[in-house]
Design a protein around this ligand. Structure first.
Ligand SMILES: NC(=O)c1ccc[n+]([C@@H]2O[C@H](COP(=O)([O-])OP(=O)(O)OC[C@H]3O[C@@H](n4cnc5c(N)ncnc54)[C@H](OP(=O)(O)O)[C@@H]3O)[C@@H](O)[C@H]2O)c1
Length: 249
């Protein structure tokens, strides 16, 4: 019960990794607030996580995030743990990247995440902590992954800077960088058929030293560790949860 009576906000908590983390926070006593875009899966998640509150809120829109923070404040007064997890994928090689495609990924995965932290800080105090979902995509070159890799690399570096800015205020900021995790994200790549996804998974598994895809719960466990007082002396860190893919190259 590391999060008993702690107020936890998961941005992107109605699917995949964020949903697993929201469930795990609640199981350890947290008052869980979470967001997403799809109302159907927000409702499903709310039913699956007793006592939780789901909000439809687009992280790409900082004004919507500001409104969300005010609603969390009205309900519980503060945020003890902010988990910034919302993200989208999208493969396109350099010659095929469109300006709209680039902007879409960056508005969600980088710009929106940065302003979410800025807005939430207003109700975060000493002893609170922030965890952000990065990606191994920011640490290795994968063809077609330019827009996503650049956004996650930017996010990683921005969060290191913010960790330094906030250390004196007693707020820790850490990044968890998943490798290939079996979530709905893999099935949301525009232009990829189910057969393409199956081939991509096989290729990924062949390259992972542990020879399996990760599960959302593998990442959630790392998120809870970094968010908890067990990690009280850790800030500005990046934790790979990738079956050894990056560190054992
Ligand atoms: N799966 C992997 O292999 C992998 C690897 C490395 C990093 N990651 C990162 O892990 C994070 C979670 O991804 P996942 O794999 O769990 O995929 P997922 O199941 O697609 O979950 C993505 C989450 O982000 C939310 N989201 C997306 N755009 C949003 C927006 N504009 N505003 C608010 N919420 C938004 C989604 O809500 P809706 O469903 O309502 O849109 C959903 O809750 C992402 O940041 C992703 O980049 C994943």
């Amino acid at each position: 019960m590391r999060f008993k009576d702690k107020v936890v906000l998961v941005l992107g908590g109605n699917s995949g990794i964020g949903l697993a983390a929201a469930k795990a926070f609640a199981a350890e006593g947290a008052l869980v607030h979470f967001t997403g875009r799809s109302w159907r899966t927000i409702e499903e998640a709310q039913n699956a996580i007793p006592g939780s509150t789901g909000y439809q809120s687009d992280i790409a829109d900082p004004a919507a995030t500001e409104d969300l923070i005010a609603r969390v404040e009205a309900a519980d007064g503060r945020i003890d743990v902010l988990y910034i997890n919302a993200g989208v994928g999208g493969f396109a090689p350099l010659r095929e990247i469109t300006e709209d495609g680039w902007d879409h990924i960056h508005e969600i995965n980088l710009r929106g995440c940065v302003f979410a932290l800025q807005k939430a800080l207003r109700i975060m105090g000493r002893g609170s902590s922030v965890v952000v979902t990065g990606s191994i995509g920011a640490h290795g070159a994968l063809e077609g992954n330019g827009a996503y890799a650049a956004a996650k690399a930017g996010l990683y570096m921005a969060m290191k800077v913010f960790a330094k800015e906030l250390v004196g205020e007693g707020i820790r900021v850490n990044v968890v960088s998943p490798g290939p995790i079996d979530t709905p994200l893999l099935h949301r790549n525009p232009g990829m058929s189910e057969a393409d996804v199956a081939r991509l998974k096989e290729m990924m598994i062949a390259n992972i030293p542990m020879h399996r895809m990760g599960e959302s719960e593998d990442v959630a466990k790392a998120v809870l560790f970094l968010a908890s007082d067990d990690a009280a002396f850790i800030t500005g860190a990046n934790l790979f949860v990738d079956g050894g893919l990056i560190e054992l190259r």
